[in-house]
Write a protein that binds this ligand. Sequence first.
Ligand SMILES: Nc1ncnc2c1ncn2[C@@H]1O[C@H](COP(=O)(O)OP(=O)(O)OP(=O)(O)O)[C@@H](O)[C@H]1O
Ligand SMILES: [Mg+2]
Length: 499
Amino acid sequence: MRELGTVISFETGPSSQEFWFVVNNGGVKKGQFVQVETSDGLLVARVDEVFKTNRYYQRAESVSEFEKSGKSLTDQFPVGRWEYLVAQVYPVGLFSNGSQKRVTFPVSPGNKVYPVDENVLNDVLGLDVKKGVDIGKIEFHNVDAKLNVTRLFQKHLAILAMSGAGKSYLTSILIEELLNRDRNSRPSMILIDPHGEYGGFAKDPKYSNSTKVYDGYKISIAASSLTAYELSELMPKSSAVQRRELAPIIKELRKDKPTYTLDDLIDAVKNSGIKESKTKFALISWLHELNATGLFSNKDYPSIKDLAFQGNLSVVDLSDIVNLKKKQIIVSYFARKLFEFRRQKKISPFILFIEEAHQFAPEGEDYERSLSRGIIEQIAREGRKFNACLCLVTQRPVRLATTALSQCNTHIILRVTNPYDLDHIKQSSEGITMGVFNSIPGLKVGEAYIVGEAVNYPILINVRERKTDSLEKGMKLEDEISNFTNNKDLNDKDLETFM
Ligand SMILES: Nc1ncnc2c1ncn2[C@@H]1O[C@H](COP(=O)(O)OP(=O)(O)OP(=O)(O)O)[C@@H](O)[C@H]1O
Ligand SMILES: [Mg+2]
């Protein structure tokens, strides 16, 4: 194997936690994995930074004085020969006889450093070569980034990046990979799609049998399946007294009419014996307000069992709903029911993908503006025990509820430049090193760091290209303008004829 360099001695090392080597051969890149043979086994390490040094240029005053004289160091001295590339590396594990150990002893100065054996790398990183979801290639290595499904989705996942960095693209690859598995080994997948981007799955012949898109305007909620408590959560300004009065009315109504509508409930409140007329009118007014959303009827559409059909993808397309409160009510209701059904094992393990998660679980908003935050936080805290997994996708990590984000044990981070978001990621990503953190703003579209539970060490990957056209692309600005202009002419003609 081609030797890369030789371990050198610095004041502080080599130690069991870091060492340096001078590069003798070819380039070494930040983020690349290397290995050193030691008496304890094969030590695998990650290059965290690369430095150049040249003793001719170490003293500023000498360089300046010399160059002031009109001469150049390069003309007078063999400066090129004294330029060295030094790599700073962090050991990640020690391998001997197929098992992995923690590094507790330093390598020796003089040890030779080699490129990592790529078969070893799979074990080092904790990848699942046989059955993992293949989302791309490990940067600098010819190794597929195949993430173990259990490790990735046993707890929760967050996909964090600025707008346009490739979050939805990556999400669609994850879904593609899950849909490519044998149906019996797939969870059910429910995707909250505020921009209507994922409809392509239903049009793709390969996935159309396993995908169902539910349009926002058709969604309905069975009023009768909400308890008094759940209803009052959707009417955050209602008082404790009003809520208390509601419970017995619902109980009575349910006896007469098991699948009642909100209109029925409003009538029941009107005819009830609530003594305080203020309470009665307030309740009626809250219920009217809820009813005005047009979301409630006497049955659920989709039914929870259809929504979480094992092995299927259900896309909840909310693109035609403008009102945020209405979108939050939908997410709150269906997420709660999914979790409830899963707890009772009435539906299969599921992954709930939430695009624009900061809209549904916003940090710091009062309850009235964050109706779905409570249940998202609850699934984040308790879902793991029931295999109810969240995948939260957001371009504003800082605006996503900290409780939810901190329960996401794996973070996939693409390019982020906003300092507030970066700071938030640093606080909430377990195991993120400074080297990884500092390079997040410089990532290109399609480059991503995976940090946390799904991998043994943070890894940089190149997200693969999609195999199918499952994501509906945004149209290019210029195409959209010319499309609009052409249609506008037609529309104007129609209008003229009509006039
Ligand atoms: N791995 C990749 N390979 C090739 N193209 C990619 C890749 N990732 C993203 N792109 C392209 O970059 C563009 C933006 O990607 P995407 O829509 O996924 O961004 P986003 O992070 O979801 O943005 P937004 O926050 O606005 O929703 C798309 O045109 C997409 O096709
Ligand atoms: Mg997107």
